[in-house]
Write a protein that binds this ligand. Sequence first.
Ligand code: DLL
Length: 440
Amino acid sequence: MIWNPEQETLSRDELSRQQSENLKRLVRNVYDNVPFYRNRMAEHGVRPDDIRGLADIVKLPFTTKNDMREVYPLGLLAVDREKILEVHTSSGTTGKPVVDAYTARDLDIWSEGMARTLSMGGCTAADTVQNAYGYGLFTGGLGVHYGARRIGANILPISGGNTRRQLEVMQDFGSTILTCTPSYALYIAEFAAENGIDMAQMKLKSAMLGAEPWSESMRAEIENRLHVKAYDIYGLTEIIGPGVASECEAQNGLHVFEDHFYPEIINPESGEPVQPGEKGELVITTITKEGTPILRYRTRDISFFIEEKCPCGRTARKIHRLLGRTDDMLIVRGVNIFPSQVEHVLLRIESVKPHYQLIVDRRNKLDYLEVQVEMNDELFSDEIKELEATESLIERELHSELNIHAKVKLLNPKSIPRSEGKAKRVIDRRQIVDKQEGKI
Ligand code: DLL
């Protein structure tokens, strides 16, 4: 179902007209009200009058995560403090968190984006949404909450964790839509199987999954085990939270809600727009936001535009499911590797589980990649030579996918820590080694 047919099926001309107007208003607004942007624009030699339409967006400076950290906490505020109703931040594990401050209108835009998103998964007022994203400063919990509320669905604000209780609640209240990270969805499936709970007996029909990278093969696994259709949903704190781009029933690319979030794809090295259909870094401008509007935010997420018309009838441009992050890309012995490539290979192998970690280290000054993956219970009780054969099979498959050798280590079932939120897939020990050696 299309939540807002008028906006979601706009003609390209009308959409561009709206985007253009909003962009001009945004630029004038941040120039007048946010010293950070006024200075940035001055450094770039660009004034609000230079932005006459969408094509001029390339004249504007980019904003990076570092910029946002430097002005922490509220240096990007474009309205009076008292107009702010709510604040969210990223987890900030690698530095100061980034902040999003919402006015009433921003919360309205967020609810709209999330109502569109949940509708794509078939959510109506008759549905029961089990919201297992974390509530708190993280945007997942409240983002889904506001969207479900706008639709008028019944919300179970259970938050993440306590998997036994998740399954009890799902059964007792007949949840029809599950919202959580893909890794947690898989964990719920695994827990159910181990405890003899038949997921086919549940009423679940869709799972709206995002906040971390996942793959097509992982989708198949989740759909089979949870008996749902699984949809990819994307967003980030800097922009608004979830509800920036989401997958419709075609399950082939995510429609960007571009009447609010204007997308570009650039070459991360040169900063120039890529050719149509070419992959690059997603850059987003919040053309309607009031509290903390952002010019050309460099998401570091890698994707490309899918240009074909979507059978669902929505006209907003689609991006391919995220391919990785410019900063998650590992360079091992000069080869670019994304954790998603490894996941793709592992999910093809029956006797292992999709719980894995990549450990990168440096031995004798050479990069060394080890893929640790859990075996399933059958393989666990098999003979040593079976384990060895599986390890070499995975090593061969990884080699043909990645073009480098990775050592595979099979781990006992359940030895990789489970996450109720985002999973940790990469442990890069090289940076520590480099620091110790005084190279960095
Ligand atoms: O993760 C917002 C969110 C909540 C999205 C719930 C979807 C569902 P942050 O914590 O700021 O916000 O992290 C944003 O997570 O730049 C991506 O690298 C990654 N990410 C988010 N969604 C996806 C996805 C929330 N569907 C960062 N696929 C982003 C791949 C995703 N990566």
